[in-house]
Design a protein around this ligand. Sequence first.
Ligand code: NCD
Length: 353
Amino acid sequence: MDSTDTNGGTGTRFLSLPSRVTRVVASSNGEIQGLGKSQHERMRHDHLITSKQLSRADIETVLDRAAEIDADPEAVADRHANALLGLLFFEPSTRTKMSFETAMKRLGGDVVDMGSVESSSVKKGETLADTVRVIEGYADALVLRHPKQGSATMASEFVDVPLLNAGDGAGHHPTQTLLDLYTIRENAGLDDLTIGIMGDLKYGRTVHSLSYALTNFGARQHFISPESLQLPREVVYDLHQAGEGAQVREHDSLEDVLSSLDVLYVTRIQRERFPDENEYQKIAGEYQIDLETLEAASDELTIMHPLPRVDEIAPEIDETEHAAYFEQAHNGVPVRMALLDLLLGEQGGETDE
Ligand code: NCD
């Protein structure tokens, strides 16, 4: 790769807001200790850690590129023929991991996969910092999923290749957000949007990332959950700080808002994040939707879910015009192709970025 920037990094820049990245580190909930200011400043712009980094222009750049790729995937089939993507998944994943792998291969590249935690040196006690430093020597970009909130921020301090956060505990999941926005744009449009986001808003990282990104579009956001699974207060605070872009309301019942929604984004109760299984059992099974629920909804309502679902959406909804969640999962491929293409741009030698 060519060396192109003053930070000693490489690759095309399209995420252009280092000061915002610094703010994210500062607000990472105390999970990550000991990051000095100089380390913040060293952070590369093209790590994608949270959707707070993404301006409306950044988002539109990715979505437009994804649409181009979706329309003509053959045009990019050899574009990154020598590129290798490092996959580091310390938590289960089906869609995110496989769609990143598909995306890299459909761009002509390949993946190197750390494999399961059980079969890697992590089992011998290797730190995350050492693991990423080693694997960046094998790959042109890294994708990291880890159970600890703040882990992607910390790991990104140690590597020079782009690092993409594929989920850090109950923190963020910005690449999911990009495919969610792509799906919303295709089905309902991103302008003048009224969206309901329902389920586990406390631990659901897809929700945190999506809600930040939607402030760029002035969406009216209705958050529907039991009180114990409301959005973390710091997220609500941040959303209000986004100024005019944030129109945020919280509800404990879907009935309050269903008829006004263009999109209903349903999420799984994140069992694995509950400190107490009894607490999970009390809530499991609440906030489910079926055909009867939808009698009060607009005919145009688009229903989304990052998947996997447990029992939040009755299978009888799958065959209706409302259901967009499988399409949403499939959109992970063109959107991640677009993102990788933008981040690895110069390798292909054809970008005009
Ligand atoms: C989500 C995740 O891992 O945060 N899944 C995904 O990436 N599509 C949502 C979930 O696990 O409930």
